[in-house]
Design a binder for this molecule. Structure first.
Ligand code: C5P
Length: 249
């Protein structure tokens, strides 16, 4: 949606770009490609995280891109600016449409990541991928932040890091569903928000403590919805993906 370079699949029911990103949190290329074949028609992009990338390598990105599907590479880079810039450049060479970095890496690191994405994409004649900033992991609370020397509570820290990401030129953030409305209060409207923790209510929440339905999340201002277990671990992933699509109506 409002984002050049990503394949846009139209939701049959709502005739809008499809905001569903299916997380391929499976351990092998074989399982991932099977899922892609089953559900590509119902999703807007596929997310490749550390588990799949570490077992299947960059080749899985190429194979999924070869099907025409868009790829969100979720490896959450966090290192010195030069190293992150080079990792981002490598990701752009794989022609991914979205990727993640940790905003806690700081302004210079984020600027280096965004610049590298823009420069490498330009040199290859590709649209620049959306570099998404991860603020505070949803597994963290104020105690976790305090352990690492951060005195702020989670809300304050998310706001601080969100503003820093915007200052660095990032065009998107990953956030928890319950942060969307607050972030929309102060972020520029062009910032895209990607949120996991989406459940229709018909399935179990797994370990996601704070969930919204697809419609609630979109109404709150989400741009993209990351859905993992409810689709990939479903008895019938195809039907599950269709259910999520319908739940957007
Ligand atoms: O299975 P489930 O729908 O909970 O999967 C959510 C996906 O989003 C997983 O790939 C998980 O790593 C990712 N994610 C998350 N919470 C965050 C950031 C990413 O659940 N804060």
């Amino acid at each position: 949606m409002h984002f050049s370079g990503i394949c846009v699949y139209l939701c049959p029911s709502v005739a809008k770009p499809n905001p569903i990103i299916a997380a391929l949190d499976v351990p092998s290329a074989e399982q991932a490609l099977k899922l892609v074949g089953q559900i590509a028609f119902a999703v807007g992009a596929f997310k490749i995280g550390s588990e799949l990338f570490m077992s299947a390598g960059p080749d899985i990105v190429k194979k999924i891109r070869a099907t025409g599907a868009s790829v969100f590479l979720d490896l959450k880079f966090h290192d010195i600016p030069n190293t992150v810039a080079k990792a981002v450049a490598s990701a752009v060479r794989l022609d991914v449409q979205m990727l993640t970095i940790h905003t806690s890496g700081g302004l210079e690191m984020m600027r280096a990541a965004e610049k590298s994405a823009q420069d490498m994409a330009k040199s290859l004649g590709l649209p620049a991928p959306l570099v998404l900033g991860v603020t505070v992991l949803t597994s963290s609370n104020s105690d976790t932040l305090a352990e690492t020397g951060c005195a702020a509570n989670v809300g304050t820290q998310v706001e601080r890091l969100g503003n820093l990401a915007v200052k660095a030129g990032l065009r998107g953030l990953v956030c928890s569903p319950l942060e969307i409305a607050d972030l929309r209060q102060f972020l520029p409207s062009h910032i895209q928000l990607v949120t996991p923790g989406i459940r229709t209510g018909a399935e179990k929440a797994d370990d996601q403590k704070r969930t919204l339905t697809p419609r609630e999340a979109m109404q709150a201002g989400a741009s993209w919805l990351v859905i993992g277990r409810p689709i990939y671990a479903a008895e019938n992933p195809r039907a599950a993906a269709e259910n999520f699509l319908e739940a957007l109506d």
